[in-house]
Write a protein that binds this ligand. Structure first.
Ligand SMILES: *Cc1c(COP(=O)(O)O)cnc(C)c1O
Length: 377
């Protein structure tokens, strides 16, 4: 990934001027900072950013610029990356599975927030300094909230969570709980169900929770209307009051996708069109479109022809291939595009900042997207 220091007015302006042949992420720092402020001002608690969604330095720097001080990190590499940008950052190490070497490294980074989902991993934290350190028991419920489910891999069942929580207290740590409702979660009821169950578990365990981390999972704008974040925040606040009453824990959230998605527009170029109508792009599922293996297409695609502007008119479904020589490199669903599209035209995919560059491979020598900063929101 190369990041250019020049700043341009808009994606369209840059495409018209330079006709780039490589995939480009157009980055709007203003959009990122506005989104960060929406979380900081609207969510009634501590806002952390889940670094895995996009760990580019410009992302971390602009979040810090907007006032963010806390980050959810899953590996020593992510810890170092955040520390480089903000040495005094508050780091939450919420990957519940860790090697003993990783634990030692995290202690060196001064981690004060850990999450666990099983007893054996909790016992591995015996050497962690207790002072001001919370351990969050991660809960998993059999509900489907998101587009795909991070929770299938991690989380204790309610029955497992009770003894875990008691053991956290016995070990002398600050007891807290956490969950993740699944990424791109469009239904606030998923949070409501989790919050109600967390309160029940804490009560059954006889433990007062200092904090409750309601995870990430906040939806980005992918299809139809932009999701209403404020509505989700007020639903969470309402459920917490309902479930905990007077002794409500302090809230924490850890958005990845919803924080960063809107700040990047991905520009891809049509390399070739076959006589059967299928077309080849300069990036695909081995690159920045990797998530499309698990998620439906976004409807936020604009087609541009350099110097001529946006193509409209009747649409036609096209089979879309990526640039590598692997036949797996094909989008699972056909993409509706204006029927007059031609080789050399650009696809502008909006809201592509999350889980795009961060999971892109360099397979077959492709996947080297560039970042161009724009002032346009
Ligand atoms: C991935 C992850 C997040 C971010 O999830 P989004 O759906 O991108 O908001 C938050 N917390 C944890 C523990 C995660 O693993």
């Amino acid at each position: 990934m190369r990041n250019h220091s020049a700043i341009w007015p808009s994606a369209e302006w840059h495409l018209n001027r330079f006709n780039p042949d490589e995939p480009i992420f157009y980055f709007s720092p203003k959009t990122l900072q506005d989104t960060a402020r929406k979380f900081l001002e609207g969510f009634g608690g501590v806002v952390t950013y889940a670094v895995k969604a996009n760990d580019q330095v410009v992302v971390l720097e602009n979040l810090v610029g907007a006032g963010l001080r806390a980050f959810d990190v899953a590996s020593p590499h992510e810890m170092a990356r955040v520390r480089d940008v903000l040495p005094e950052a508050e780091l939450h190490y919420h990957n519940p599975i860790r090697s003993t070497d990783e634990i030692a490294c995290a202690i060196g980074h001064g981690i004060r927030s850990w999450s666990v989902d099983c007893l054996s991993e909790l016992e591995k934290l015996i050497g962690v300094p207790r002072e001001g350190t919370e351990i969050a028991v991660r809960l998993r419920l059999p509900i489907k909230g998101g587009a795909y489910d991070f929770g299938e891999k991690f989380g204790a069942t309610p029955e497992e969570a009770i003894p875990l929580l008691r053991r956290v207290v016995d070990m002398g740590f600050i007891p807290t709980m956490t969950f993740h409702p699944g990424t791109q979660c469009v239904d606030p009821k998923a949070w409501a169900t989790y919050i109600g169950r967390v309160a029940q578990i804490a009560q059954d365990a006889g433990v007062t929770l200092a904090r409750l981390n309601v995870g990430g999972g906040f939806a980005a704008h992918r299809v139809g209307q932009a999701p209403d974040l404020k509505m989700v925040f007020s639903c969470i606040a309402h459920e917490v009051t309902k479930a905990f009453g007077e002794v409500a824990p302090e809230l924490v959230c850890e958005p990845g996708r919803a924080m960063v998605a809107e700040a990047f527009t991905l520009a891809l170029r049509i390399k070739a069109i076959r006589s059967d109508g299928s077309l080849f792009l300069n990036d695909g599922i081995y690159g920045s479109l990797a998530e499309l293996r698990d998620m439906e297409l976004s409807d936020r695609v604009i087609v541009l022809r350099a110097q001529q502007g946006q193509l409209t008119g009747p649409m036609q479904d096209r089979v879309v291939f990526g640039p590598t020589c692997d036949s797996v490199d094909r989008l699972p669903d056909p993409m509706p595009l204006p029927s007059e599209v031609a080789e050399g035209d650009y696809l502008l995919l909006e809201g592509m900042g999350a889980y795009s560059s961060s999971i892109s491979t360099r397979f077959n020598g492709y996947g080297d997207q560039q970042i161009i900063t724009i002032t346009d929101a």
